[in-house]
Design a protein around this ligand. Structure first.
Ligand code: G3H
Length: 195
């Protein structure tokens, strides 16, 4: 069985300020995570010649993959974070204050709620289909460096979690979720690299 390693990008400058979306770089803490992740991956996948690193097209995931030099990297637009449309770059507080109806609608149905000119979780789940097909097809390990909403959806697919739970799955920063698919089902390990 070959592992799939899922991780969010290291803490970004937007994360520090509580802003969603955007295309910011990593914070200093995020850069430390990138180095730790690289050490972990290079040790864990040492003899895995065909392994690859998949990122989104956003700077924070590309920068997180930066220190890894042993494996080829592929950028997928389908791994980009949920598009928050008109709310891109705002804090949840600002959305609540300036667009209270939007805030309420999302709270009431986070799975189906679509940001104006953006996406819903269901949209994200749908655009992940080609990524999932390719992940299933791979025979070598893959490290997926992506974003909270996207990883909730990917994780739910492999861990067989119900659709309605997806927007609420805990997906902490600076943690690797390793998934192994064997004949007896899916096994999961977590590695928390930083506090
Ligand atoms: O920037 C977007 C967030 O990572 C998604 O989190 O769906 O819980 O608002 P949320």
């Amino acid at each position: 069985p070959r592992p799939i390693l899922l991780t969010r990008h290291g803490e970004s400058r937007h994360n520090l300020r509580g802003r969603i979306g955007g295309d910011s770089l990593l914070s200093d803490t995020g850069e430390i995570y990138a180095k730790k992740l690289s050490n972990f991956v290079e040790k864990r996948l040492k003899s895995e010649k065909a392994a690859s690193i998949w990122t989104s097209t956003l700077q924070r995931t590309i920068q997180t993959a930066g220190p890894i030099v042993d494996f080829p990297k592929i950028q997928w637009r389908a791994l980009d974070e949920i598009n928050a449309g008109v709310c891109d770059g705002m804090t949840y507080e600002e959305i609540k204050r300036n667009m209270p109806e939007e805030y309420e609608s999302r709270k009431n149905d986070k799975l189906r709620y679509r940001y104006p000119r953006g996406e819903s979780y269901l949209d994200v789940i749908q655009r992940l289909e080609p990524v999932i097909i390719e992940l299933e097809r791979q025979r070598a390990p893959v490290v997926v460096i992506s974003h909270q909403a996207v990883l909730r959806a990917l994780y739910a697919y492999f861990a067989d979690r119900p659709l309605k739970e997806i927007p609420h799955i805990e997906m902490p920063l600076h943690t690797i979720i390793e998934i192994q698919m064997g004949v007896t089902g899916v096994q999961e390990k977590r590695y928390k690299l930083m506090d």
